[in-house]
Design a protein around this ligand. Structure first.
Ligand code: SF4
Length: 426
C-alpha cells in the first residue's frame, strides 16, 4: 500500500525532529509498504507544501502525526488542533482516509478524532500497531468507516512494541535543517511511564521498554551519520532502574561518540545510574520535581539531594522542573521546596504553577468530583474533556513571584524563554 506520513508539528519553540514519524515509516517499510514522508515543519506555508506533495504523488492512505495538542503553557498558550484539522481536511479532499497518531493524539485521542474529523487513530506506539492496522485495512475498510469513534481508535498501548526493532533514521527527515535552528536528534529507550501524577497525560500510557541493545544499535547508526548531539525522548529515563543500567551499559559498550540530555525523576536513582550517565556523555539532566511529593511520601528531599549532589559530583549539569500548587497542597510545602532549591542551587529551577487540565487525567476527575476546586480554574470546566485551553492555578502569580524574589536560579515556566537544553547547550 502507498502511505503518506505527515509530520504536522510546525512549532519551533523548540524545533523537534519527529522521531515518531521516522519509527512509523521504518515499521511500514519493513512490512513492504511504499512510504512517503511529508515533513511540514521546515515550510513557511505548510498547507502549500502538503498540496504540492499531494499533486506530485499518489497515495492510498495518510497518517498524520502531531507531537502536542497545545503548548501547555498558560502564559504562551497556543492550541494546535485547528491547524491539524485543516491538514486532515486537505487529505480527505483528495479521497485519502486519515489515521492520526503521535504523542499529541495520545493525550486526548477520542476528542482529537472527533474535532478533526479524521477516520482513524493509533493511540500509543506505532511500530506494531500501524502495520497491523494497514494489513487489515482493505478488507475491513467499509465496516470500520461507519463504526463509532471508539472503535476507530486502535489501542496500541495494549498491543505494545517490538523491543528489538531498530529503525533506520535520518532517511526521510532532513536533520541539518533542524540542527541549524538549534535542535538535536532524539532517541527513545521506552514508552509511557506507569506513573500516577494527577496532571500528566503519560498516566494513560502503558509502560513498554526497548531492548537496550536495540537502543545502542540505533544510536550507533545515527552517530555513524555524523550526529553526536541528542535529547532523550522518554518522559522520564529512570522509570525502571534495571532497564536504565542495561541501556547505559549497552551505550557504553557501543563506544558511542555522543552527548545527550534527558529527563529524570528523583527516584529511583543509584550510583550506577549516575556513573552510567557520566560514562555515556550525558551533559544535562532535567529533574522533574513536584513540591507536594515529599509530603505525600513519594520521595524525600534527601532523595532529591542524592540526585543533585551525585550529578554535580560527576560534572553533569542539572536543571529542575518544579511543579507547585497541586490540588490540596499546603502553601508551606511550596515554600519548603523553594527554600530547598534556593540552598541547593542547581543550574536553574523552572517553576510552574499552572496545570493544563487534560481529559482523562486524575486532575480532570478531581475537578469533576470537587466543585470547590473550580475557583482555581481560568475558565469554566466544560461538560466533556477539555480539548482547548483550561488551566488550574491555586497559587496566584504575585504570591509566587514574592516567594521566589529576584534569585536568578528561578525561572517562571512559560513566562521566561528557553528550554533547558537550549539554555545549557554549549
Ligand atoms: S513521573 Fe513524569 S512522566 Fe510519569 S506520570 Fe509523573 S510527570 Fe508524567
Amino acid at each position: 500500500m502507498r502511505i503518506l506520513l505527515v509530520n504536522a508539528n510546525t512549532f519551533s519553540n523548540p524545533p523537534c525532529i519527529p522521531i515518531g514519524v521516522e519509527y512509523a515509516a521504518a515499521a511500514l517499510r519493513a512490512h513492504g509498504h511504499a512510504v512517503g514522508v511529508c515533513d511540514l515543519w521546515p515550510h513557511p506555508s505548510p498547507l502549500e507544501e502538503l498540496l504540492r506533495r499531494l499533486d506530485a504523488e499518489e497515495h492510498d492512505l495518510a497518517g498524520v502525526s502531531f507531537r502536542n495538542l497545545d503548548t501547555a503553557q498558560a502564559a504562551r498558550y497556543i492550541n494546535f488542533v485547528p491547524d491539524l484539522r485543516a491538514i486532515v481536511e486537505e487529505l480527505q479532499k483528495r479521497g485519502l482516509p486519515v489515521i492520526l497518531g503521535g504523542s499529541g493524539f495520545q493525550a486526548m485521542p477520542r476528542e482529537a478524532l472527533d474535532y478533526t474529523g479524521a477516520e482513524f487513530g493509533i493511540d500509543g506506539p506505532a511500530d506494531l500497531a500501524l502495520p497491523r492496522f494497514v494489513a487489515q485495512f482493505e478488507a475491513a475498510r467499509s465496516a470500520w468507516m461507519g463504526a463509532p469513534a471508539e472503535a476507530r481508535i486502535v489501542n496500541a498501548h495494549v498491543m505494545g512494541i517490538n523491543p528489538d526493532f531498530v529503525p533506520e533514521r535520518a532517511v526521510d527527515i532532513y536533520y541539518p535543517a533542524y540542527i541549524a535552528k538549534g535542535s538535536v536528534a532524539g532517541f527513545a529507550t521506552q514508552y509511557g511511564c506507569g506513573g500516577a501524577c494527577e496532571y500528566c497525560v503519560e498516566t494513560r500510557a502503558a509502560h513498554h521498554m526497548r531492548n537496550p541493545a536495540a537502543v545502542a544499535a540505533e544510536l550507533k547508526a545515527l552517530c555513524a551519520q555524523g550526529f553526536d548531539d541528542y535529547h532523550l525522548c522518554d518522559a522520564e529515563f529512570n522509570i525502571n532502574l534495571e532497564h536504565c543500567h542495561g541501556v547505559l551499559d549497552s551505550m557504553a559498550g557501543a563506544r558511542l561518540s555522543m552527548r545527550w540530555a534527558l529527563y529524570m525523576k528523583p527516584v529511583p536513582c543509584d550510583a550506577a545510574l549516575l556513573d552510567g550517565l557520566r560514562r555515556t556523555g550525558a551533559y544535562l539532566v532535567t529533574l522533574s520535581v513536584d513540591s507536594a511529593a515529599p509530603a505525600r511520601g513519594q520521595y524525600s528531599w534527601d532523595d532529591v539531594s542524592f540526585a543533585l549532589d551525585g550529578l554535580r559530583d560527576r560534572s553533569v549539569k542539572c536543571a529542575v522542573d518544579l511543579t507547585v500548587g497541586l490540588p490540596g497542597e499546603d502553601i508551606g510545602g511550596v515554600r519548603r521546596a523553594i527554600e530547598f532549591f534556593r540552598a541547593a542551587r542547581p543550574e536553574k529551577v523552572n517553576v510552574n504553577a499552572y496545570l493544563r487540565v487534560y481529559g482523562g487525567t486524575r486532575l480532570e476527575a478531581l475537578l469533576r468530583s470537587q466543585p470547590e476546586l473550580h475557583a482555581h480554574l481560568d475558565d469554566e470546566l466544560p461538560p466533556g474533556p477539555p480539548l482547548f485551553r483550561l488551566f488550574y492555578n491555586q497559587l496566584p502569580l504575585p504570591e509566587l513571584k514574592a516567594m521566589l524574589g529576584d534569585d536568578p536560579v528561578f525561572k517562571l515556566e512559560g513566562f521566561d524563554r528557553g528550554t533547558n537544553y537550549e539554555l545549557f547547550h554549549d
